[in-house]
Write a protein that binds this ligand. Structure first.
Ligand SMILES: Cc1cc2nc3c(=O)[nH]c(=O)nc-3n(C[C@H](O)[C@H](O)[C@H](O)COP(=O)(O)OP(=O)(O)OC[C@H]3O[C@@H](n4cnc5c(N)ncnc54)[C@H](O)[C@@H]3O)c2cc1C
Ligand SMILES: NC(=O)c1ccc[n+]([C@@H]2O[C@H](COP(=O)([O-])OP(=O)(O)OC[C@H]3O[C@@H](n4cnc5c(N)ncnc54)[C@H](O)[C@@H]3O)[C@@H](O)[C@H]2O)c1
Length: 480
């Protein structure tokens, strides 16, 4: 058994782990990273990048569908599934290659291969070959797809996003379970690429939306294009050899339906990789999901020498968050016991559906927490928004929120054209603590989709003014 003594051990070499390694190392700490799977990160290998590559191909196909609306007739559309998947894998491998180069730039002696688990608060056992005594430890173990119990061990037709980007060809049909971010991004992309797709949602949720009006607009917009079956539960699935899977679902009225699909894609959330880590040996207080209690400003677990970063802490399982968490955790582990709060940015979440779905700052749900909501709402529908209509992308809605009295801009939820860019603009305003009048003083060009944002902000300003002129803010309902 090899024995190692280090200042900082980082478990996981994903985005958070690599960021933690660099930050701890920069503090002068003798640091190692431990990896049980492949190097290359979830984001590059099976997450952000390949999913956006698939979506890019779908966008190209969709543009051909839109063209006749402008009087442009591109001829017969032909999708070469093998070529689509070959490009996805080729470009994905290129991105993974850059990550591998980055990991390989860490000295070999700092890279340990194998599964890490705690045997005491300061000791990690790596498979059966190495024991590491570490003064501080960063947990950056990522997350894994949730597999519904009734779909376990059905057969090769049950897949997750970990499998899709290894396909050689596009399948004939896919049942997507879950209407969250992964289900909608992949479901819409596959559908636009000619795959027969049905999306089954046990409730009525759409991606990360919580504002009922935006949710309504999103449901209407996406249902116009996709076979979206809300309030529908999965009952069972049976693998039928190479034919695919016979999936039985039950709708809100209790009616059971059985349909055959080549694949059933599970997109039912991800669970933090904290089980099998031996956390019970650390003495840390665990939350019901198994994640240790931690401070989201410092990533420190309780007052201990252990830090947790990225998807593993389940706070906001997004790439940019993983990188920030890793930096904060690594710096604090490096200079422990001098633990300091790190930079946390305004919340920003974007689902790359088309139209994009975006949430930023405080969500409607968060603002409504703790009783009666006390914030003003402004809104715009993109249906008659000038530039959106010019481009035949006039779908969706934006709702913006602000605090009565101070007029401080708080956040927004939307589905709409160019949502990824509008969301950045608005998230920057949240982080800069701008007020609605200050935002309206900013330049708006013509004709641009941002003029729709201005319409929503003007509506918000009018609603804020009504409250200041006529009522006590506490008496105001949202949107009045
Ligand atoms: C399909 C999909 C699309 C996505 N798209 C986006 C997007 O567009 N934008 C966005 O912001 N986010 C997106 N995400 C989320 C983003 O990919 C993740 O938030 C991010 O990659 C998490 O990074 P991480 O470092 O926490 O985890 P990972 O990159 O998963 O790294 C964790 C590492 O820890 C290792 N490990 C686990 N347990 C152990 C152990 N006991 N011992 C040793 N090593 C261990 C694992 O093998 C893994 O290499 C997407 C995710 C998916 C699945
Ligand atoms: N563009 C992006 O930023 C992006 C893209 C993909 C993934 N991600 C990250 O990955 C995470 C995981 O994505 P996801 O889509 O798997 O999770 P999610 O939490 O967004 O959605 C999960 C969906 O599965 C449904 N579901 C859960 N349990 C179910 C059950 N038992 N039966 C039927 N349906 C069930 C939920 O109702 C929900 O619709 C996201 O939270 C996000 O942080 C981000």
């Amino acid at each position: 058994m090899n024995k190692l003594h280090v200042d900082v051990a980082v478990i996981g070499t994903g985005t958070a782990g690599m960021s933690a390694y660099r930050a701890a190392h920069a503090q002068g700490a003798r640091t190692v990273v431990i990896e049980s799977g492949h190097y290359g990160t979830t984001c590059a290998r099976v997450g952000c990048m390949p999913s956006k590559l698939l979506i890019a191909a779908a966008d190209a196909a969709h543009m051909l569908d839109l063209a006749p609306g402008f009087g442009v007739h591109p001829g017969e559309k032909r999708i070469d599934g093998r070529a689509v998947m070959e490009r996805v894998r080729r470009e994905r491998d290129r991105f993974v290659g850059f990550v591998l180069e980055s990991v390989e730039s860490f000295p070999e002696s700092d890279r340990i291969r194998g599964h890490a688990r705690f045997t005491s608060p300061h000791t990690l056992q790596i498979d059966e070959h190495t024991e590491i005594e570490a003064a501080r430890i960063v947990i950056a173990t990522g997350s894994s797809p949730v597999i519904l119990p009734q779909l376990k061990e059905v057969g090769p037709g049950i897949v997750t996003s970990d499998d899709v980007f290894y396909w050689d060809d596009l399948p004939a049909s896919v049942a997507v379970i879950g209407s969250g971010v992964i289900g909608l991004e992949l479901g819409q992309a596959l559908s636009r690429l000619g795959v027969k797709v049905s999306i089954f949602a046990r409730g009525g949720s759409v991606a990360q939306l919580s504002d009922p009006e935006v949710l309504h607009a999103a449901t209407r917009t996406l249902s116009a294009e996709l076979d979206l079956r809300f309030q529908t539960e999965v009952v069972r699935a049976v693998q039928q050899g190479e034919q695919g899977v016979l999936l039985t679902t039950r709708d809100a009225l209790g009616k059971e339906t059985s349909e055959q699909f080549q694949y059933v894609l599970l997109a039912t959330g991800r669970t933090p990789n904290v089980h099998g880590l031996g956390l019970e040996e650390t003495g840390l207080t665990l939350m019901p999901n198994g994640v240790p209690e931690f401070d989201s400003r410092t990533m420190q677990c309780g007052t201990s020498h252990i830090f947790i970063a990225g998807d593993a802490n389940n706070e906001l399982p997004l790439l940019a968050e993983a990188a920030d968490h890793g930096k904060i955790a690594g710096e604090n582990a490096g200079r422990y016991p001098d633990v300091r709060p790190g930079l946390r940015r305004a919340m920003l979440g974007i689902a790359f559906t088309e139209p994009n779905i975006a949430t930023l700052g405080k969500s409607y749900r968060t603002l409504c927490e703790g009783g009666r909501p006390k914030f003003a709402i402004g809104q715009v529908s993109f249906e008659n928004q000038g530039r959106s209509r010019v481009m035949l992308q006039n779908k969706g809605m934006l709702r913006v929120y602000a605090e009565y009295g101070s007029c401080r801009f708080l956040g927004a939820e939307m589905i709409g054209p160019r949502g990824e860019h509008i969301a950045h603009l608005l998230a920057w305003a949240v982080q800069a603590h701008m007020t609605v009048p200050q935002m309206l003083d900013m330049p708006f060009y013509h004709p641009v989709i941002e003029e729709g944002v201005r319409t929503a902000l003007r509506d918000l300003a009018a609603n804020l003014a009504k409250a200041t002129n006529h009522t006590d803010a506490a008496d105001s309902e949202p949107g009045t």
